[in-house]
Write a protein that binds this ligand. Structure first.
Ligand SMILES: [Zn+2]
Length: 148
């Protein structure tokens, strides 16, 4: 872990500096090692949150792609399996993101944007999942009644 290049914004001038530095190379402010570690941790979490959020958006886009591909002959079966898999995966990923990063006290614009993406993707996918489950339940119960 110590070998990782860890960076954080200098509390005095805001430039990104190495957390191992004893002094900011930009403004010469003294660096408190404990504060630097904490700030570096927070920054790497924020970066992780942003990259996870953009990954989630890609996966959600794939889910919609599968939904379209279902109507293409020969691809339909595979696309349906992919769609159903992601139908469950996307809400789970969104909830996991929220548990890990939802309460990060970061005002970083990229992070705020990431949180918006996860919130909208998560909410949409959960509504979608519930709608599909409701449809399946509806057709199954109707099918059972017709066979009576
Ligand atoms: Zn500085």
């Amino acid at each position: 872990m110590a070998s990782d290049l860890r960076v954080f914004p200098c509390p005095a001038c805001g430039e990104t500096i190495n957390s191992m530095a004893v002094q900011c190379p930009f403004c010469s402010a003294a660096v408190d090692p404990a504060a630097a570690e904490a700030a570096a941790d927070a920054l790497s979490k924020v970066n992780q949150a942003c990259s996870d959020a953009s990954y989630l958006r890609i996966v959600a886009t794939c889910m919609l792609g599968f939904l379209v591909l279902r109507y293409i002959p020969f691809l339909g079966g595979t696309a349906t399996i992919g769609f159903l898999g992601l139908l469950f995966a996307v809400p789970i990923m969104a909830v996991r993101w929220w548990v890990r990063f939802g309460s990060l006290p970061s005002a970083d614009p990229e992070f705020v944007q990431a949180r918006k993406i996860v919130l909208s993707v998560g909410a949409t996918s959960i509504v979608f999942l519930l709608a599909v489950v409701a449809l399946i339940v509806f057709f199954v119960t109707r099918g059972l009644q017709n066979h009576r």
